[in-house]
Design a protein around this ligand. Structure first.
Ligand SMILES: [Zn+2]
Length: 498
């Protein structure tokens, strides 16, 4: 080997990207499942190598995004009168057994701790009704204590036996759970509607994830609920994923936990209860899947851990001067409330571009001597993959551009969902819709108990589920039940799910 070719070889070695900088090996629309696994790893969102099945490590990029999502969600909950709490992660078996339907629904999913002699057996919370309501019975005395609206930021544990998928179906996940008590059923039902509105305000308007608010059929409600409204979100592979759900609880919960109040008529009454649970780590799965593309993640401006990355372009002569000027620009952005970072690493500018595109940072400023002299910077926009100029004196414009950025993501997601919902009148329509990875909107005899038989046919013949009816408006059927042919009371949505 000549000296020159050796030199060339070593140059190539230095330039070779490290593992995290490799691009994605598959296209999102060709193999979504692999795209999803790769993006989590290469954009450094999670690490799946932790040695317990179904438990993943969330890395800084994922954790910072989750933190931003929590902040927006909690702000919305607090604005609507909720207050934060922290409850213990362990629940004694005696609490857990108090409400029969709840224990029946959750028991197979509970991680039990080894029993300590002379103490009650303890469960790791799969959800916290039975921890919180124990205390509610001590806190609520009179109608003046109502409404009680509390929530907690918590990780919960479920012993999933089905195949787990990082962030989508895991044995530990990060969520918020709000548990509210009211004097009347009407107030509790208003709360269910308010919860749907909160999902709209945060998940849709801020994270740009549109959803179908589905009142679940009688056979598919939460264990211990009178009814359940869950938000169904579409994944790129045409499957639905359940996102925040809200429940009007059975009065048996208040009775089991003895949550009573003295009303202003002097009588003792049981409270009416609701609970609401947005799983933040699971919503992150939707954010990643919905917005990402073949170059990597695309983070909404509102939640991206870094909103603007500054890439210095310099040579050995002007390095110090360039970096000094870039520091000033960085400070200006920070003053404007924009989260930013200078990429000062040893990599070449092209590698840096690639790296931050993979991470989904909305904007990149490319800054060299020429840009600094002209006081006119190059701004790269991640979703459009387009460059434009921005004057140093007009950096404030980035805030406006950030809003537009998120609006574009929202519009794209909304169109994606709209195009995936098809009206079906016959079984062959339904078959085709599901084959095309779409959601069928169709007529159904009933979502009460007597519709169970038709729902079972859907499961057996089509390997799909009746997800429910729209919770926000009553839709008029446009034909008879797609299965039994009887008069249909409802318009339901049918799809495959995670
Ligand atoms: Zn039917």
């Amino acid at each position: 080997m000549t000296k020159k070719s050796e030199e060339q070889k070593s140059k190539i070695l230095v330039a070779a990207p490290n593992k995290s900088q490799e691009g994605l090996s598959v296209k999102k629309d060709e193999n979504f499942s692999q795209w999803y696994s790769e993006i989590l790893d290469k954009a450094e969102v999670t690490d799946l190598r932790y040695n317990v099945k179904g438990f993943v490590v969330i890395r800084p990029w994922g954790a910072m995004t989750i933190e931003n999502m929590y902040k927006l969600y909690e702000k919305a909950l607090q604005k609507k009168g909720h207050k934060p709490t922290f409850f213990p992660v362990v629940i004694p078996e005696t609490n857990f057994k108090k409400e029969a339907n709840h224990v029946k629904g959750f028991k197979p999913e509970v991680f039990w701790l080894e029993k300590i002699k002379g103490e009650d057996r303890l469960a790791l919370r799969p959800t916290s009704e039975t921890a919180m309501y124990q205390m509610y019975s001590l806190w609520i005395r009179s109608h003046r204590d109502l409404p009680l609206k509390l929530y907690q930021r918590a990780n919960v544990f479920r012993y999933e036996t089905k195949a787990t998928r990082p962030l989508i179906r895991a044995r530990e996940f990060y969520w918020l759970e709000a548990h509210d008590c009211f004097a009347t059923k009407e107030q509790a039902e208003t709360q269910v509607q308010e919860d749907i509105q909160t999902t709209e305000e945060v998940m849709h308007q801020k994270f740009k994830i549109p959803f179908l608010p589905m009142k679940r059929p009688e056979w598919d409600k939460f264990a211990g609920a009178t009814y359940t409204v869950a938000s169904d979100v579409l994944m790129p592979d045409g499957k639905l994923i359940q996102q925040p759900s809200t429940h009007l609880l059975e009065p048996s919960f208040a009775k089991s936990f003895n949550i009573k109040f003295k009303d202003n008529d002097g009588k003792e009454k049981f409270v009416w209860q609701t609970c609401y649970g947005p799983a933040i780590s699971r919503i992150l799965a939707s954010v990643i899947s919905m917005h990402g593309d073949n170059s990597g993640l695309i983070m909404p401006f509102a939640i991206s851990p870094v909103q603007v990355v500054l890439i210095p372009i310099y040579n050995t002569e002007n390095k110090e001067k360039t970096l000094k000027e870039i520091e000033k620009i960085n400070s200006k952005l920070l003053e404007l409330g924009i989260t930013c970072e200078i990429d000062n690493s040893e990599k070449r500018p092209g590698e840096k571009y690639h790296y931050w595109e993979l991470k989904g940072v909305p904007f990149r400023l490319e800054i060299g001597e020429k840009e600094l002299q002209e006081k006119n910077l190059t701004l790269h926009i991640r979703d459009l993959n387009k460059r434009e100029k921005i004057k140093i004196s007009e950096l404030k414009k980035i805030l406006e551009l950030g809003k537009e950025f998120d609006q574009r993501l929202g519009k794209k997601a909304e169109e994606f969902m709209k195009n995936k919902i098809v009206n079906c009148k016959t079984k062959s329509d339904l078959k085709k819709a599901l084959q095309d990875k779409k959601i069928a909107r169709t007529n159904f005899c009933s979502v009460e108990k007597n519709g169970t038989k038709c729902a079972e046919v859907i499961e057996k013949e089509f390997n799909a589920e009746v997800r429910g009816i729209l919770a926000t408006k009553k839709e008029k059927p446009f034909g008879n039940c797609i299965i039994c042919g009887k008069v249909s009371k409802e318009v339901v949505y049918i799809g495959k799910s995670y």
